[in-house]
Design a protein around this ligand. Structure first.
Ligand code: HEC
Length: 154
């Protein structure tokens, strides 16, 4: 019984991390494999690439139905929810429950660990810093500004 308080102490320390990543030790690398097996046939992890489903680049924190250039179902377009990690967790378990009438032909990923890993991977799909999520149009020079390293102007 002496181990219990210690365990609780450890749990308390880890709780904030668990909340952020949804489950203990969610593993984005494992999640990438889940993505490739279960989602990549219909979704790209690259910005601006819409396949059968919309690009999932930047999906965490995105509003439903807001990927430019993708033709959503009315259900998904009007669902009016933000794809937070916890909403994604429920959605990926049972897509039709969270967005009734979605045209996503996917029954759900019922393994909670795989979902947590997958969502941890989805969270990595964002541009670092202020880099635009869609390819920026070639810009004429801005006065006094040298090209940023890595900037591509086409
Ligand atoms: C067989 C194709 C298919 C598979 C597999 C699939 N999806 Fe989808 N997904 C779609 C389609 C089509 C939509 C658009 C739904 C609509 O407009 O009703 C969609 C929509 C979504 C959305 C809403 C996006 C938005 O911008 O509102 C998310 C999130 C999503 N899918 C995540 C996933 C994840 C994660 C997986 C893998 C576990 C997955 N999907 C597997 C076809 C698929």
């Amino acid at each position: 019984m002496r181990a219990l308080p210690r365990l609780l102490g450890v749990a308390a320390l880890l709780a904030p991390i668990a909340v952020i990543s949804l489950a203990h030790a969610a593993d984005p690398a494992a999640g990438k494999q889940v993505f490739q097996q279960q989602c990549a046939i219909c979704h790209a992890d690259k910005p601006g690439v819409n396949k059968i489903g919309p690009s999932l680049f930047g999906v965490v924190g995105r509003h439903t139905g807001s990927e430019p250039g993708y033709s959503y179902s009315v259900a998904n377009k009007n669902a009016n929810i933000v794809w937070t990690a916890s909403v994604l967790d429920a959605y990926l378990d049972h897509p039709q429950k969270i967005v009734p009438g979605t045209k996503m032909p996917y029954g759900g990923l019922h393994n909670a660990t795989k979902r947590a890993n997958l969502i941890a991977f989805l969270e990595t799909l964002k541009a670092p810093g202020a880099v635009a999520t869609t390819p920026a149009p070639a810009k004429p020079h801005v006065l006094g500004q040298t090209a940023a390293p890595g900037a591509t102007n086409g």
